[in-house]
Design a protein around this ligand. Structure first.
Ligand code: TPP
Ligand code: MG
Length: 277
């Protein structure tokens, strides 16, 4: 399927972007707190392909701190993000948002305020008042905040064109979900009388349910893996399942060549910006 290569291409861009961020944290070129999204990029790569490209919808986007891939996949300009991470005034958030609060009116993305889960009531409010298709991205931990649950209830009551996406990496910093709770977010959605799904980050499983997006409120909890530390450049375990690598293996030689090309392009882009420092 052609589309699988398009999703792979987007994910590859994000992966190499994040690997360059990683390197430049280590080299101390980036000195702000950074939340790397490597490992989770297939979720927004797939959703943006379905929503922007297939459905031709440009939704309002409310994300939280781990949002580089969301910005890049939904059409954010990578140069402006590089500048943002380097603290430049002409970065996507004027050098004031950094990694955690990426803001871009151009792609309808609203910067996060740093309080886990506030993007849910704010996103629901924006959707309620504008009736525009809206995506609220949550982490599995921020989804536990009481105000998130109230917001989901209101979205269901008012039948808003909203998609809640829980990027469930099983972790709140280093605390696993099983320590924190005995329930799942798709059950919460169903108890509020809206559709809820618990999926993995295989693009095909997301595609299968995508025809209902924005026709009614929907919550998808997508199980995924964070490859690097909660914040900064480091790796807890090298054993983590990597969706990006699994898809590359599945798609074969053509994907490997796409990936090589993109790796070079992204490195060149970073180099161009670093030379100006
Ligand atoms: C209201 C609030 N409580 C606690 C924190 C501290 N904090 C920042 S990120 C984080 C974990 C977030 O986990 P999750 O929502 O699953 O996102 P992930 O980092 O896994 O992508 C915590 C506890 C915060 N920023 N806001
Ligand atoms: Mg988490």
């Amino acid at each position: 399927m052609k589309q699988n290569y398009d999703i792979f291409t987007k994910a590859s861009f994000c992966r190499h972007f994040e690997n360059n961020v990683f390197e430049n944290i280590e080299k101390k070129k980036i000195t702000i707190p950074v939340y790397l999204s490597a490992g989770q990029e297939y979720i927004s790569a797939t959703l943006s392909e379905i929503i922007n490209t297939n459905h031709r919808i440009k939704p309002l986007i409310f994300a939280q701190h781990r949002c580089h891939s969301i910005y890049l996949n939904f059409g954010g300009n990578p140069s402006l993000l590089i500048k943002e991470l380097l603290g430049k005034k002409d970065g996507c958030t004027y050098g004031m948002g950094g990694s955690a609060s990426i803001h871009s009116p151009k792609i309808n993305m609203f910067g996060h305020d740093g309080h886990m889960g506030t993007q849910a009531p704010i996103g629901v409010g924006a959707c309620f008042s504008s009736k525009k298709p809206t995506i609220v991205f949550l982490g599995d931990a921020s989804a536990e905040e009481d105000y998130v649950l109230g917001a989901i209830g209101w979205a269901s009551t008012k039948k808003l064109p909203i998609l809640f996406v829980v990027e469930d990496n099983n972790l709140s910093i280093l605390t696993e979900k099983k320590v924190r709770r005995n329930w799942e977010m798709d059950d919460v959605a169903k108890s509020f009388k809206m559709k809820g799904y618990n999926l993995n980050d295989d693009p095909n499983s997301i595609y299968k349910i995508s025809s209902i997006f924005f026709k009614e409120p929907v919550l998808i909890n997508i199980n995924t893996n964070r490859l690097y530390w909660h914040s900064g450049a480091g790796q807890d375990s090298k054993e983590t399942f990597d969706r990006f690598k699994a898809e590359m293996k599945k798609l074969g030689k053509k994907a490997e060549n796409i990936d090589k090309d993109i790796k070079m392009k992204v490195s060149k882009l970073w180099k161009k910006h670093l030379e100006k420092l």
